[in-house]
Write a new protein. Structure first.
Length: 569
């Protein structure tokens, strides 16, 4: 059963799940197990880009090693050349480093051990614990039975050791076509655990490997290579997600039969998050079918997508800490992740004024050719951030929704005859509007200003209820603003009626592109620079930005609905 954890339930000292993995490790250290060593590994398959769920695993594995003065390896479990690519290897390295972790030269591949793993296979044959099977994949699946029905033994199960050894060596030499034979462990076809019913250890694949080229045409299954790779590397605690719990008996069986060093496999609940799919297969489908622009599309839950959107390593590490380590499946409210990035950027992102739905405001009482520089605070949360100068001119842009001709009583922004303050500048009063004669849309708002009310002057003590952000219409920079929303509409995108596709839950409004205007001080902002646009949200310079073509992504809206929800509980 999967437990759903809402944003209002986290964080909190008493509600954060106990890290049972660290409790196990501390007990092992007290008992002198493995000589007190702690050695973990992060073992991704290089068949796609890493996502936020992998980020949790990265933080857990590398963080555990750091906590106990141990080591953590980066190992690529590259046992399926059909799906793997150097592009994925490079992206994984980048993601782990970006999150702030280092494997200190301990980068390994399962393919580093292909010769040893093959020798292990021969050892199992010689012990009478493995055999070559000629059944097809379909026949093997049929004969395995079901959880309530025992499997049937393969007619090839009792081949002589010498014949099995000969056939495996001929498989390795490339004599047989793909899919014609496999090597299977000889365990128990009546086992209640389907993974113990003579599982496949090796299969024939005539595909070039991204590291070993055409040296091999047989490849170990993940379940066979993984545990043996852990053993070869001396891993003490093999931390993996809960779906591998049913694989643990096979993990232990292989190590026991091979009589090699035995790591301890410990499972924890994988990260599931609302409004998100975590399946690599489904994420690949979204990329290949152009539902998104690529693995690093800012709507994707991939680490590269989150980075491009404006998330920081610290925010993701904090998210992983708040989520904690659980023994049972749960679903985390995506609002917690959004809370973490707001918390980080609120402290560290400089402020900037930008307008994304502009309407021109003309201050008729201000000289036409005057450019006045206003002093603006870079970040009120960071006293060391300093200040900047913002150009103030007769013609400005403000947000269209900050003006109403016939406002309700609780509307404290600009309206005919009303006053508001322009942030860092003057109090202004709306005198009139200019409309398009055809559409009736307001094209200009005409105001006057009170020159005695410049913000920051001691004599400026007149108060008004509304304060608006703005940019100079003549001293600003035009930018493309990409307003990202959640990629899926449903809280559980995969919860669809039988026969229907999860992609029906894709949000058609997950991206809206508008033309906006920002302060000229950010005209040459480098890629991934992050800002809080005053009153609008947090934004990040996109990788598509070029000189003269500035592009910003909205990282997250300014409204902190998660924190408000948490405060009410």
């Amino acid at each position: 059963m999967t437990e759903t954890i809402s944003a209002s339930e986290l964080p909190g000292e008493s509600k954060t799940p106990v890290n049972f993995i660290h409790a196990i490790i501390e007990e092992d250290i007290r008992n002198g197990k493995n000589g007190g060593r702690v050695h973990t590994r992060f073992p991704p398959e290089p068949n796609g880009y890493l996502h936020i769920g992998h980020a949790k695993s990265i933080c857990l594995n590398f963080g555990t090693a750091l906590k106990y003065n141990g080591k953590c390896n980066l190992r690529f479990d590259d046992t399926n050349p059909v799906k793997e690519d150097v592009e994925y290897v490079d992206s994984i390295r980048d993601d782990v480093h970006w999150l702030g972790f280092d494997w200190e030269g301990r980068e390994f591949f399962a393919s580093d051990y292909f010769h040893q793993i093959y020798e292990f296979a021969e050892k199992l044959i010689l012990k009478g614990k493995a055999y070559v099977c000629d059944l097809s994949a379909e026949q093997i699946a049929e004969q395995k039975g079901s959880p309530t029905r025992p499997g049937q033994e393969s007619p090839y199960r009792n081949r002589p050791v010498e014949e099995n050894l000969d056939l495996l060596r001929r498989m390795k030499a490339g004599e047989f076509p793909e899919g014609s034979r496999v090597l299977r462990a000889k365990i128990d076809m009546a086992s209640p655990n389907m993974h113990m019913r003579d599982p496949i250890l090796y299969r024939i694949i005539h595909t070039e490997h991204h590291r070993t080229g055409n040296e091999w045409c047989i490849y170990p299954m993940y379940d066979f290579a993984h545990g043996q790779s852990d053993s070869i590397e001396g891993i003490t605690h093999s931390i993996c997600t809960l779906e591998f719990e049913v694989h643990r008996p096979l993990y232990d069986w292989c190590i026991r039969e091979l009589e090699i060093f035995a790591p301890q496999q410990i499972e924890f609940a994988r990260l599931n998050m609302t409004y998100t799919v975590m399946s690599k297969r489904k994420l690949l489908e979204l990329v290949k079918n152009n539902f998104v622009s690529g693995w690093d599309d800012p709507r994707m839950p991939t680490i590269s997508g989150l980075r491009r959107r404006g998330y920081t390593p610290a925010s993701i590490r904090n998210f992983a800490d708040l989520v904690g380590v659980a023994k049972r499946e749960n679903v985390i409210d995506v609002g917690l992740l959004e809370f973490c990035i707001r918390e980080d950027l609120n402290k560290n992102a400089n402020r900037l004024m930008g307008v994304i739905n502009p309407v021109k405001l003309v201050i008729t009482s201000f000289p036409e050719d005057l450019v006045e520089e206003m002093n603006a605070v870079n970040n009120p949360e960071n006293p060391d951030a300093g200040s900047r100068k913002v150009a103030f001119t007769r013609e400005l842009y403000i947000e269209r929704e900050d003006f109403m001709e016939d406002p309700p009583s609780k509307f404290f922004r600009l309206a005919p005859g009303r006053e508001v303050r322009l942030k860092y500048a003057y109090i202004i009063r709306c005198e009139s509007v200019v409309k398009d004669p055809v559409s009736g849309e307001i094209t200009e708002i005409h105001c006057t200003h009170d020159p005695e009310t410049l913000s920051g002057r001691s004599e400026s003590n007149r108060k008004v209820k509304g304060t608006l952000h703005w940019v100079s219409a003549t001293q600003c920079t035009e930018a493309e603003i990409r307003l990202y929303d959640r990629l899926f509409m449903g809280e559980n995108p995969e919860d669809v009626p039988e026969g229907e596709d999860y992609k029906k839950n894709l949000n058609p409004n997950s991206l809206k592109v508008v033309k906006g205007y920002i302060e000229s001080s950010a005209a040459n902002a480098p890629v991934l620079d992050k800002y809080q646009f005053e009153r609008l949200g947090y934004f990040c310079v996109d990788s598509d930005s070029k000189p003269g073509n500035l592009v910003f992504n909205r990282t997250v809206a300014l409204k902190d609905s998660w924190a408000k929800s948490n405060a009410n509980n």
